[in-house]
Structures are given as structure tokens and as C-alpha cells.
Design a protein around this ligand. Structure first.
Ligand code: UD1
Length: 444
């Protein structure tokens, strides 16, 4: 039986220190999650390196183990998964409600075993996040899909999916990943039109191809998949986390510091780098995997920004950008086109002294404002990152509550910020359990 424990830890931040030094970027959470799900597609062992030690990955590992897979971690960030003995085809609500990425088990289970049951994810802090497009695509691949007591039950009538053309009416990252995995073992050829183009999709396709899949076009809007009878073992290294990279770029800029960001892939965040350069952040590419970031001497200038699917500005960097815009001269309008309700960080930034007006999916930020430390509450993963950034440049002391959100996706964040000279401390108010991030911070 799975017990997911929530840590009640807080961060205490004393702002004002310019961050200086070097930081190593961890593996991408949003790539490691689908890659771990992909291990369900084969009875052979798949070894993944550079898996970040964050709460969501611990949850994903538990899901694999609950299904009957064996997961070994010879090193903290290496997962060797063998799903040869999987006999359960079900992801329970207990798991899905804490981590939506558990729906990524649906495609692989359905493709390999001809059946899968996954609890339907409900609303979450950043709005309703339906999976109707995934389900419609599975039906197009020949599955029957029904909803039974809150669970999605999918079956492939003759035990195997059949290749088809899927036209996604909306770009969906998780949907593209789920369908790409399912189609890899389908009978015949599939084409995904209007596919998501995120680097994490390309990374997953690379792993699947190493496992014997025949996928072309991942990273573009049209993906072609020639189904194969079986997939085998493989070894793969997860790409660096582009959102963590972007968060540290903003950290350097907002604290007027200078940070060398190592082990990153700048080519994965072209739109973010372009926008941040426009507002005045100096970003130098020292080599293919290292950035040197400092704030410009003349200060920051406000620029409008709109989130859109890759290769445009990612929704996962919107909150951090908003924190930065509170420190820029002028007025900027930030438009969120991917999710409703993704401005919850705004009210906390306002508590710290920011001037932000929300109307629908637009946020109008007037800068530059003096931010003052205050007690604030994190509401989701990326919102928490933006609050830490604001706290780092605020005067005085900020306590950030509910940091379990940040523990979901940022590895050893306190340790990384402290090594750059930030005054940030984790205050543990544990309910008799340690948090994933703490364990990760201790393990490093
Ligand atoms: C989205 C982001 C991703 C980010 C992640 C976590 C995009 C395109 N995707 O991915 O970059 O890392 O959130 O913040 O920016 N939708 C449906 N039906 C479906 C699936 C999706 O209507 O079956 C809608 C969603 O409500 C949303 C949009 O499509 O408005 C994009 O959703 P999707 O890309 O699937 O979300 P994630 O995969 O979670």
C-alpha cells in the first residue's frame, strides 16, 4: 500500500545577497517522468542516468514498483528498471492526485498488456487539466475507453493497438508522449499531427528508439511511428532541465549577481534566453553546455511576454518571469495561454509589494517596485520558484510555506542557492517524516 507523505517544511529567506558562483543543472523532471513510464513497454532492463532526485520521480518509481517492476538505483541518479514481472495494470487515485504524470502509465500498459486502468486526474492548482485528447487518441488506435467509478479503463480488443493517424486538436505534451509510447507497440504505422515539439518529447523518442522503436520526426509537429512487435532493454541519459536553467538565469538577474550555469542545454531554451536578453539580462554562451549570466549595468526594462507551446516561451517559466518583471522599469503584460488559474503567485508577490493587476489570462506588472519580505504561501511548483526568486531580492525576511510544491521538481534547491551565496534555510516541521528534497539535499 502506498503512503505519500507531505512535508510541512518552510523556507526562510533573507534577501539582498547578489548570487555569485557556479551551479550544476540537474536532469529534466519532465523528461525523466515519461522515460520512466516507457520502461513499462519492455520485459528487459532499461537503465536511465541523470534522473533528478525530486519528489515526483520518487512517486513515479513507487508507481512502477506497485505495478510489479523492480527498480534498482546503483547510484542516486541512475535507475535500472525491469518491468518483466508487471502483473498489475492500474495507477490508483492516491498516486494520480499527487502527480498527474502517473497518467503516462496508461499508454505503455495499454500497448504492452492490452489493458490499463488509471484514475482520472481531477482539477489541480493550475486549473482543469483534462486527458480527453489522450483518450480520444487511444480510441483511434483501436482501444475501448470507459469511465468506471472515477477510473479510466482502456482495453485493446484483440490485445493489441492498431496504428492510425492522430490529429491533436490542441498541442499536448503529455498526450503526445502517451500516444508515442502506445503507438510504438501498435500493429502498423501511426502519424501524430500537431504533436508537441518540446525537447522532452525528443528525449523520450530517443530512448524509445534505443529500445527498438521506429519513431521519426520527434521534436517537430509531425511524428511518424512504425509499430514493432516488442521493445528491448536500453541505456539512456536524461537531458538537462531547461526550466531549472531558466530559473537560475532569472536568479542571477533578479539579485544583480553573476552565475555560471553548467551542464545545461541552451538550445532548449532559445525563447527564454531571447526574451531575457531583450529585458536586459546579459547571457553569454561560454560553450554548448555553459552559460554565464549577469544583470546589465543599466537595469532591466519591462517587455510583454506570452506563454505558448515550444519553441515559444514556456508556461513553466511564466511565474519566474513575472517575479523578474517586478524589478524592471516600465509596464509589462504577461499573457498565459496554456493554463487557466496560473497566476496564483501574483497575489503573494503583491503581498511583498509588487504592483500587479490580473484580468483574465493577462497580468499587468508595473515596475520597478521595492519588494519587502513577508510570510507567503507557495501554490504550485513553478509559482514556488518565483516566490523564492522574489524573496532573494526582497528587503528583509520572507517565509515561504508549503514548499512541498518546490520539492516536486527542483533538486537540492536550498543547497544550490546557498552555494551561490543566498541566505536561505529550510525549516523542517516534519510530521515524523523527512521530505524528498531533504533526503536529496542530505544525499548530495
Ligand atoms: C504542460 C505544458 C508543459 C509543462 C507542463 C507542466 C505546454 C504545451 N505544455 O504540459 O510545457 O511542462 O504543463 O506545467 O505548454 N489539454 C486538453 N486535453 C488533453 C490534454 C491537454 O484540453 O487531453 C489542454 C490542457 O488543459 C492545456 C493544454 O491542452 O490547456 C496543454 O496541456 P498539456 O500540454 O497536455 O499539459 P502538460 O502535458 O501537463
Amino acid at each position: 500500500m502506498l503512503h505519500l507523505r507531505v512535508s510541512m517544511d518552510k523556507f526562510l529567506v533573507r534577501g539582498g545577497n547578489p548570487l555569485r558562483g557556479k551551479v550544476e543543472i540537474s536532469g529534466a523532471k519532465n523528461s525523466a517522468l515519461p522515460c520512466l513510464a516507457a520502461t513499462l513497454l519492455t520485459a528487459e532492463t532499461v537503465t536511465l542516468h541523470n534522473v533528478p532526485y525530486v519528489k515526483d520521480l520518487i512517486t513515479q518509481r513507487r508507481l512502477l514498483e506497485d505495478l510489479g517492476a523492480t527498480v534498482l538505483t546503483p547510484e542516486l541518479r541512475t535507475h535500472k528498471v525491469n518491468a518483466g514481472n508487471v502483473q498489475i495494470f492500474e495507477a490508483p487515485y492516491e498516486l494520480v492526485k499527487t502527480m498527474r504524470a502517473s497518467v503516462l502509465a496508461l499508454g505503455p500498459l495499454l500497448a504492452r498488456f492490452g489493458q490499463a486502468k488509471v484514475s482520472l486526474p481531477g482539477g489541480c492548482a493550475i486549473g482543469t487539466r483534462p486527458i480527453d485528447l489522450h483518450l480520444k487518441a487511444f480510441e483511434q488506435l483501436g482501444a475501448t475507453v470507459s469511465l468506471e467509478a472515477g477510473d479510466v479503463v482502456a482495453r485493446a480488443p484483440k490485445g493489441r493497438l492498431v496504428g492510425n493517424t492522430i490529429d491533436f486538436e490542441k498541442v499536448t505534451v503529455t498526450g503526445t508522449e502517451n500516444v508515442m509510447m502506445a503507438a510504438s507497440l501498435a500493429n502498423g504505422k501511426s502519424t501524430i499531427n500537431n504533436a508537441a515539439e518540446e525537447p522532452e518529447i525528443e528525449d523520450l523518442a530517443e530512448l524509445l528508439n534505443k529500445m527498438g522503436a521506429r519513431i521519426k520526426g520527434a521534436g517537430t509537429s509531425v511524428i511518424e511511428i512504425e509499430g514493432v512487435d516488442a521493445l528491448g532493454g536500453a541505456e539512456h541519459t536524461i537531458i538537462p532541465d531547461r526550466i531549472e536553467t531558466g530559473t537560475f538565469i532569472v536568479a542571477a538577474a533578479i539579485t544583480n549577481g553573476e552565475i555560471e550555469i553548467k551542464s545545461c542545454m541552451p538550445e532548449h531554451l532559445t525563447a527564454v534566453i531571447k526574451k531575457l536578453r531583450e529585458v536586459g539580462v546579459e547571457i553569454e554562451e561560454l560553450n554548448q553546455s555553459t552559460l554565464l549570466v549577469r544583470c546589465c549595468p543599466g537595469g532591466l526594462t519591462s517587455k510583454d511576454m506570452m506563454t505558448e507551446p515550444h519553441p515559444n516561451f514556456p508556461t513553466d517559466m511564466q511565474a519566474q518571469y513575472m517575479a523578474l518583471m517586478t524589478q524592471a522599469e516600465g509596464t509589462s503584460t504577461i499573457t498565459e495561454t496554456i493554463f487557466e488559474n496560473r497566476f496564483m503567485h501574483a497575489s503573494e508577490l503583491i503581498r511583498m509589494g509588487a504592483d500587479i493587476q490580473i484580468s483574465g489570462n493577462h497580468a499587468v506588472v508595473k515596475g520597478k517596485t521595492r519588494l519587502m519580505g513577508a510570510p507567503i504561501i507557495a501554490s504550485d511548483l513553478r509559482a514556488s520558484a518565483s516566490l523564492v526568486l522574489a524573496a532573494l531580492c526582497a528587503e528583509g525576511e520572507t517565509t515561504i510555506d508549503r514548499v512541498y510544491h518546490i520539492d516536486r521538481g527542483y533538486e537540492t534547491i536550498v543547497r544550490k542557492f546557498r552555494s551561490l551565496g543566498a541566505d536561505i534555510t529550510r525549516i523542517t516541521e516534519s510530521l515524523g517524516t523527512g521530505s524528498a528534497a531533504q533526503a536529496g539535499e542530505a544525499a548530495k
